[in-house]
Design a protein around this ligand. Structure first.
Ligand code: IPM
Ligand code: MG
Length: 357
C-alpha cells in the first residue's frame, strides 16, 4: 500500500488532479496495489482558507506520504500579494526546499500524432525525446539576495551560488539517468562568463570517468536555447542549474505540441513530488478545457521513480499514446479533423485504454 498526498491547488488544479488520481486507482486495480489518497491545501486555496500558502499540516502530510501529487498554484487573485506571500514563492519553493527535492526531471517527448501541433516543422521535431534534469534547490532562487536603498537609488542582487556537493549530486543523478536512456549527457552552463558555471563544468569533467558508458558534451546556455529549436533530436539528457533549467524547460515543453502534455518529477529528497509543468491557467479554470495528460503522465513518472513500477508507468504512457492515436484532443492540442474532448472525458478515455490494454 502506498500513501499519496494530493494537493490540487488553484485554477485548473482541481480539474486535472482528480483525473490523475483515478488513473492511479485504475493502475492499482490492474497491478494489485492499493493507493491511499489524502488531500491537503496549497497555494492560493490555502491562503484563502488558512492564511498561508503552505500550511504546516500540508507539509507534514507530504513528509508522511510515499509520493506527492500536485496540481498547480497561483492566480490573479493572489498576484498583488507581496512576493514572499505569493503562492508560487511561498508554496512551491519552500515545498521543494523543505522536502529536499534537488532534482527536477522534465521530459519533452513527442507523441507522434501531435507532430502537427508543434510550432516546429514535423521533420525537425519528429523523434524528439529528451529529458531536462534541472537543479532545483540552489542557484539564484535560493542564494543570498537583497534589495536596498542607496544614496543614488535602489540596488538589488540575487546570487548564483553552488557548492561542489550540490553540483556533484545532480550531475551524478543525470549521468545515472543518461546511462539508462541513450547514453548521452549535455551539461549546460555559461562557463565563458560565470564563475559558478566554471565550478559546474570542472565537476562534470571530474565525474565523467565514473560513467564511461555515457558521452558528455558541454554547451553554453544561449547555444542550447538555439539548438533546442534547430535540432531537438540531438539531445538525450540535459543537466543544468536551476534558472537555466527553468527557462530551457519551458522552451522544450512547447516543442512537443503543448505544455499541457508535459509532466515533471522532483526527486532526491524525503518524498518524490509529481506535477504538470504547466501552471494554474486561471483563464480556462472551471470550464473543463484543461488537458489532464500532463498530470496523468506525471503519475507515470511517480510509478517509475517512487514505486519502481516501470511496467505500470509504461502502460499509462501507452494508454495516452493510444488515445491520441485515436484522434482525441483537448483544446490546447486540437487541430481540425480530430475529436475535441473535455478534461474529464480525456481522463476517462485514458482509463478505458488502461483497462483494455
Ligand atoms: C516552474 C515555475 C516555478 C519556477 C515558479 C512558479 C516559481 O516556473 O516550476 O518552472 O520558477 O521554478
Ligand atoms: Mg518555470
Amino acid at each position: 500500500m502506498y500513501k499519496i498526498a494530493v494537493l490540487p491547488g488553484d485554477g485548473i488544479g482541481p480539474e486535472i488532479v482528480p483525473e490523475a488520481v483515478k488513473t492511479l486507482e485504475a493502475v492499482g486495480s490492474r497491478e494489485g496495489v492499493e493507493f491511499q489518497f489524502s488531500e491537503a491545501l496549497v497555494g492560493g486555496a490555502a491562503i484563502d482558507a488558512r492564511g498561508r500558502a503552505l500550511p504546516a499540516e500540508t507539509l507534514a502530510l507530504c513528509r508522511q506520504s510515499d509520493a506527492v501529487l500536485l496540481g498547480a498554484v497561483g492566480g490573479p487573485k493572489w498576484d498583488t500579494l507581496p512576493p514572499a506571500e505569493r503562492p508560487e514563492t511561498a508554496a512551491l519553493l519552500p515545498l521543494r526546499k523543505e522536502l529536499g527535492l534537488y532534482a527536477n526531471l522534465r521530459p519533452a517527448y513527442l507523441f507522434a500524432p501531435l507532430a502537427a501541433a508543434s510550432p516546429l516543422k514535423p521533420e525537425v521535431v519528429t523523434g524528439t525525446d529528451l529529458l531536462i534534469v534541472r537543479e532545483l534547490t540552489g542557484g539564484l532562487y535560493f542564494g543570498p539576495k537583497k534589495r536596498e536603498k542607496t544614496a543614488t537609488g535602489e540596488v538589488a542582487y540575487d546570487t548564483m551560488l553552488y557548492s561542489t556537493a550540490e553540483i556533484e549530486r545532480i550531475v551524478r543523478l543525470a549521468f545515472t539517468i543518461a546511462r539508462q536512456r541513450r547514453g548521452h549527457l549535455t551539461s549546460v552552463d555559461k562557463a565563458n562568463v560565470l564563475t559558478s558555471s566554471r565550478l559546474w563544468r570542472d565537476t562534470v569533467e571530474r565525474l565523467k570517468g565514473e560513467f564511461p558508458e555515457v558521452t558528455v558534451e558541454h554547451m553554453y546556455v544561449d547555444n542550447c536555447a538555439m539548438q533546442l529549436v534547430r535540432r531537438p533530436t540531438q539531445f538525450d539528457v540535459i543537466v543544468t542549474e536551476n534558472t537555466f533549467g527553468d527557462i530551457l524547460s519551458d522552451q522544450a515543453s512547447v516543442l512537443t505540441g503543448s505544455i499541457g502534455m508535459l509532466p515533471s518529477a522532483s526527486i532526491g529528497g524525503v518524498v518524490g513530488l509529481y506535477e504538470p509543468c504547466h501552471g494554474s491557467a486561471p483563464d480556462i479554470a472551471g470550464q473543463q478545457k484543461a488537458n489532464p495528460l500532463a498530470t496523468i503522465l506525471s503519475v507515470a513518472m511517480m510509478l517509475k521513480y517512487s514505486f519502481k513500477m516501470d511496467r505500470a508507468a509504461q502502460a499509462v504512457e501507452a494508454a495516452v499514446s493510444r488515445v491520441l492515436a485515436k484522434g482525441y484532443r483537448t483544446p490546447d492540442i486540437y487541430v481540425p479533423g480530430t475529436s475535441l474532448v473535455g478534461t474529464a472525458e480525456m481522463g476517462a478515455l485514458v482509463r478505458q485504454e488502461l483497462q483494455e490494454g
